[in-house]
Design a protein around this ligand. Structure first.
Ligand SMILES: NC(=O)c1ccc[n+]([C@@H]2O[C@H](COP(=O)([O-])OP(=O)(O)OC[C@H]3O[C@@H](n4cnc5c(N)ncnc54)[C@H](O)[C@@H]3O)[C@@H](O)[C@H]2O)c1
Length: 381
């Protein structure tokens, strides 16, 4: 049995803690929770009869957990992870690993010096079997070299009511960004997991129809050697879309929420082109093989009840039990790659020009500090 603790027991951390208590996480016990909000902490501890702390260092010292789940607001992730590292305690960080690649890289450098400590990331969309299937199709070469990627993510609707609830969300000072760092962090991880890191990005980020300081509308063109991808995301559109399309020389993958279709051509497109004797159109479209795949009903029900995050919690416990880090679904390096795309999208939009990926880490920190200062000024005006 692994003795776990959760730091930050708000919406998500509370769910992680309850999943451990319910036995959804195999071979794990919840020994303590920590939250700086005494009211939240007392209510949770009284209800679930678990030890509670407002001071994480005291908790680490007294409870000596085997693993810690960090589910606090973004800006505190790295400092809490560093405390775990200092105590040689394995940790699982909620997304995003940090707000800046600079800070996240500092954590990774420290972690690399302690190879016996596990540092995992909550990038739960990687457990979606349709994305896993897409990865298999790309890596096996079945769809051929990638020629185009389009990801439209407009189904995380957020109203003004949500933003008016206040707190740390949708502000540069509290959250370090808007829809990119909060929601798109998942899809941009899937993006880089499937097709790798772009070389350059040109992006436009806007605030549409909401009284917030951060972006809720993003369009980013991502350039690779040999192809371009377009990432479109917003949280103000109705009805929303969630569609990933990856076209290769030998076929195409289309993932639409819970359904996936993939198409494998009889011949790769360059061969079709070489042999073509028609002016318009082609007959190959009709010859390609079509396959259907889905999220899976059992998985949909399980994830509906426990959250995809339960799968990552199980993976974390498995890895800290076996010490086999290669079995981690996502590690800190993975968290940094997705964050690097986010930092580059923001930077491109702020500068209104195409940027190389990765952007300069120090420049990004400076630019973010300016955003925070402006936000503060506007608030006090
Ligand atoms: N994986 C997912 O799909 C998913 C979904 C939602 C949220 N999240 C992530 O979970 C994290 C928390 O989000 P949330 O929606 O639960 O926020 P929340 O505001 O509901 O909860 C955060 C909790 O952390 C506590 N806290 C703040 N600073 C702390 C500190 N230094 N030490 C201890 N406790 C502290 C707060 O009092 C609060 O109770 C964020 O990183 C967010 O991005 C992930």
């Amino acid at each position: 049995m692994k003795r776990l603790a959760v730091i930050g027991i708000g919406r998500m951390g509370g769910r992680h803690a309850r999943n451990i208590l319910k036995g959804v996480v195999k071979n794990a016990l919840l020994v303590a929770v920590c939250d700086t909000d005494k009211k939240v902490l007392d209510e949770f501890c009284a209800k679930y009869k678990v030890n509670g702390y407002t001071d994480r260092r005291e908790m680490l010292d007294k409870e000596k957990p085997d693993g810690v789940i960090i589910a606090t607001p973004h800006y505190s992730h790295v400092e809490i992870a560093k405390d775990c590292l200092a105590n040689n305690v394995d940790f699982l960080v909620e997304k995003p690993v940090s707000v800046t690649v600079k800070e996240a890289q500092e954590l990774k450098d420290l972690l690399d010096k302690k190879p016996d400590v596990v540092g995992a990331m909550m990038l739960n969309q990687r457990t979606n079997r349709m994305y896993k299937k897409a990865k298999e199709l790309i890596e096996s070469g079945k769809i051929g070299p990638v020629k185009r990627v389009n990801f439209i993510v407009t189904d995380w609707y957020r109203s003004q009511y949500y933003y008016n609830m206040g707190g740390w969300r949708a502000s540069w000072s509290g959250e370090g960004g808007g829809t990119l760092i909060n929601q798109c962090v998942h899809q941009l991880d899937i993006w880089q997991w499937l097709v790798g890191m772009p070389k350059q990005i040109y992006a436009v980020c806007k605030t549409v129809g909401r009284d917030i300081t951060t972006e809720n509308d993003v369009t980013a063109i991502m350039s690779y050697d040999g192809f371009e991808g377009v990432f479109t995301a917003s949280t103000h559109e109705l009805p929303g879309t969630n569609r990933l399309e990856i076209a290769g020389e030998n076929g195409k993958i289309v993932i639409d929420r819970f359904k996936m279709k993939y198409y494998l051509n009889k011949y790769p497109e360059p061969v079709v082109n070489e042999r073509a004797t028609r002016d318009y159109g082609n007959k190959e479209d009709k010859k390609c093989k079509k396959y259907s795949y889905s999220y899976g009903l059992t998985r949909l029900i399980y994830d509906g009840i426990n959250g995809q995050q339960a799968r990552i919690l199980n993976n974390f416990v498995e890895v800290i039990s076996t010490r086999d880090k290669l079995r981690l679904i996502a590690d800190i390096g993975d968290g940094i790659r997705g964050l690097s795309i986010i930092n580059a999208i923001n930077m491109s939009s702020w500068l209104n020009k195409c940027v190389d990926v990765p952007v300069d880490n120090d420049e990004y920190v400076k630019a973010l500090e300016k955003k925070i200062a402006q936000e503060k000024k506007d608030k006090n005006a």
